[in-house]
Design a protein around this ligand. Sequence first.
Ligand code: P6P
Length: 367
Amino acid sequence: MIDETNFYELPYIFVSNLTHMFTHKPLRRFITLGQFIIERQADFPFAKGELSRLLRDIGIAAKLVNREVTKAGLADILGDMGETNVQGEDQKKLDVYANEQFINALRSGGECMAIASEENEDLIDIDSVVSKDAKYVVCMDPLDGSSNIDVNVSIGTIFSIYRRPEHLTGPTSIEDFMQKGVDQVAAGYVIYGSSAMLVYTTGKGVNGFTLDPSIGEFCLSHPDMVMPKDGAIYSINEGNHLHFPEGVKKYVKYCQEIDKETKRPYSSRYIGSLVADFHRNLIKGGIYIYPSTLKSPKGKLRLLYECNPLAFIAEQAGGKASDGFNRILELQPTSLHQRTPLYIGSVNMVDKAEEMMRIYSAETANH
Ligand code: P6P
């Protein structure tokens, strides 16, 4: 039966069957992102497809961004825009392009009513005819780690989806975004690396899709992802060591001590791209820490569109995420771009880091 789901995949289905006819290779059942989203729609008995279409829209934008990222070294898109974004960081052209692609995809998809983006000081109101019945708001970092673009290091997109609170009516406002991470309906990231992958959760586990450029589809490659409870990798910018809280200094020293039973010393791996460090730890096990530092007393990373979505994924995969003392998903947002320290990864490693913080840095807890 041809329906909306597989109508667009007909050419692919035809080619893969043709290939099978000539190669007699077993016909692997690829599940595309679109098919997976529709098949899992049953997880939301009251949803009428809006969330599915919203995730589809994000997937479309991700493919467009990946196309530009893969040729960043060639196109004139490389190099600084010469402007700075709300974070005061050099705004690279690819940042601007990625921001525009996700905003356009969400605007035309009709399921999103407003966006909070790392690239925009204020929220972006999607006030269009197609979005008049929209019920979701999206927080996003359209291109995290963009300082790595020019040196060909993996970068990523991070997104978080909330339903508009029922008590709010009329035009969207900041209040629509002041929701705790526990209230996310979906969250995910795209990593633009040796291959492009989209990893997301809707609260029913974590699944990863790898882009097959030959057909332009994200295909299920990492079903039911589970983060190892232990790992042997720690990710932190040790250049800030002198300004770390004492508990972090003690934890880093713990990672470096020799103890065969706990596979220490751990390896230090810091890519400088949150999505890349997180993705590696999700697969291999490990911990990523961005604590408070002299330059960033509240930490550097943003609660709404970096920490909350990755914390949702981490917990859904059996991992853990805190600010050193408190569960990230329970933090009450008070502004769009607020920062928080982030300790995220394998549950036993985050537990150990929190133990060091309780013992040596209790005074720094954000009570
Ligand atoms: P630092 C990139 O700017 C980012 O937001 C994360 O992707 C990355 O992990 C971190 O900041 C790097 O920050 O201060 O170590 O260069």
